[in-house]
Design a protein around this ligand. Structure first.
Ligand code: NAI
Length: 344
């Protein structure tokens, strides 16, 4: 199996190289992101391996199929960037459903702590021999209400940590299931009652721009918003208005709706053309990290192992446990995966 590996970073290479010898596969690493301009690099490969900010629209899917690629191995959990209409019946898509929910939940907590106690600002001050603490006042998390949207693998771990901090946890999920000590409420009630809101749901048609002006207007004055899920859950221009009006007291963002242009790359010697991102970065009460919530040693190892196991299962004609279930045109009763282990 020849794998065309896109958007390679040094940490990817390190984690995949430590396992690859155990498999009958060869990886060709490309630093470029996968898109219409770079897809030709995948020629003569059997598998395309992509990450969160690669482009997997109809034209890229068509190009992969045309060059004979039958498997797209995503190194991430989210798959909102794949055109499944184009892929159905032509390109199997596997993913890594969970590499470390702890990594992401802990990063959300890290953003909360930094924003609250302003450690990002304190760091800069003391580096400059400025030991003044004016303007760095935070609040006790203990006793505050955190609203969690999406109570899956990451949301639940986040909830456990918040409970440990002595916070009251309320939650909203489209498919709520009981969690001890957590009250499930409607979105409007969550917005009204939460001192901190953390997003842990996937990006879907329903959740796209769920945090817009209408939602922000219902929130408590000074609320802290944390987004480690997907950028387009938040209408960024409305978030900026919310920050300017001080309805939003602070925001911790590991994701941004237009991140693919910038995140994971070094622009420190250039200016940023994206005025919305530049405005976000100008607020001292906004902390932007570059989609790094997943980035722990444990998560990288899990990503490498699961991706290579997914490819091996395909290679050996076995059940593709991590194939993303397509919306079967024949309806769920005709789901082929149950019989054949594959979506088609
Ligand atoms: P999960 O699938 O275990 O949980 C998602 C939860 O969201 C489920 O409980 C589901 O019922 C709920 N949900 C679905 N639609 C909803 C809606 N319309 N409203 C409210 N809740 C809804 O997923 P997991 O592993 O917890 O990941 C959550 C998200 O975190 C992913 O979708 C991904 O976007 C993001 N993520 C971010 C990473 C990063 O590095 N920043 C890394 C990994 C995941």
């Amino acid at each position: 199996m020849k794998i065309a590996f896109f958007d390679t970073k040094p940490y990817d290479r390190q984690s995949f190289d430590q396992y690859i010898d155990q498999y009958d596969m060869k990886i060709k690493y490309f630093e470029s992101k996968l898109n219409e301009d770079t897809v030709a690099l995948a020629a003569h490969s059997d598998v395309a391996c992509a990450f969160v900010n690669d482009t997997l629209n109809e034209s890229v899917v068509n190009a992969l199929v045309d060059m004979g690629i039958k498997l797209l191995a995503l190194r991430c959990a989210g798959y909102n960037h794949v055109d499944f209409k184009a892929a159905y019946n032509r390109l199997h898509v596997v993913r890594v459903p969970a590499y470390s929910p702890y990594a992401v939940a802990e990063h959300a907590i890290a953003l909360m702590f930094s924003l609250n106690r302003k450690t990002h600002r304190a760091y800069v001050r003391t580096r400059d021999n400025n030991f003044n603490i004016n303007g760095l006042t935070g609040f006790d998390f203990h006793g505050k209400t955190v609203g969690v949207i999406g109570t899956g693998k990451i949301g639940r771990i986040f909830i456990d940590i918040c409970k440990g901090l002595g916070m009251k946890v309320i939650a909203y999920d489209m498919y709520p299931s009981e969690i001890e000590g957590v009250e499930f409420v409607e979105l409007a009630s969550l917005y009204q009652a939460s001192d901190i809101i953390s997003l842990h749901c996937p990006l879907t048609k329903e959740t796209h721009y769920m945090i817009d002006d209408h939602a922000i207007q219902q929130m408590k004055e000074g609320v802290m918003l944390i987004n480690t899920s997907r950028g387009a859950l938040v209408q960024t221009e409305h978030l900026i208005d919310g920050l300017k009006s001080k309805r939003i007291g602070s925001a911790g963002l590991d994701v941004y709706e237009e991140e693919s242009e910038y995140f994971f790359e070094d622009f420190s010697s250039e200016s940023i053309d994206d005025d919305i991102l530049a405005r976000l970065l100008s607020f001292s009460n906004v902390l932007v990290t570059s989609h790094q919530a997943f980035l722990t040693r444990e998560a990288l190892s899990n990503i490498a192992e699961t991706t290579l196991e997914n490819i091996k299962a395909y290679q050996e004609g076995k059940l593709l446990v991590n194939e993303v279930c397509y919306h079967c045109p024949e309806g769920p009763s005709k789901c082929k995966k149950k019989e054949t282990g594959r979506c088609w």
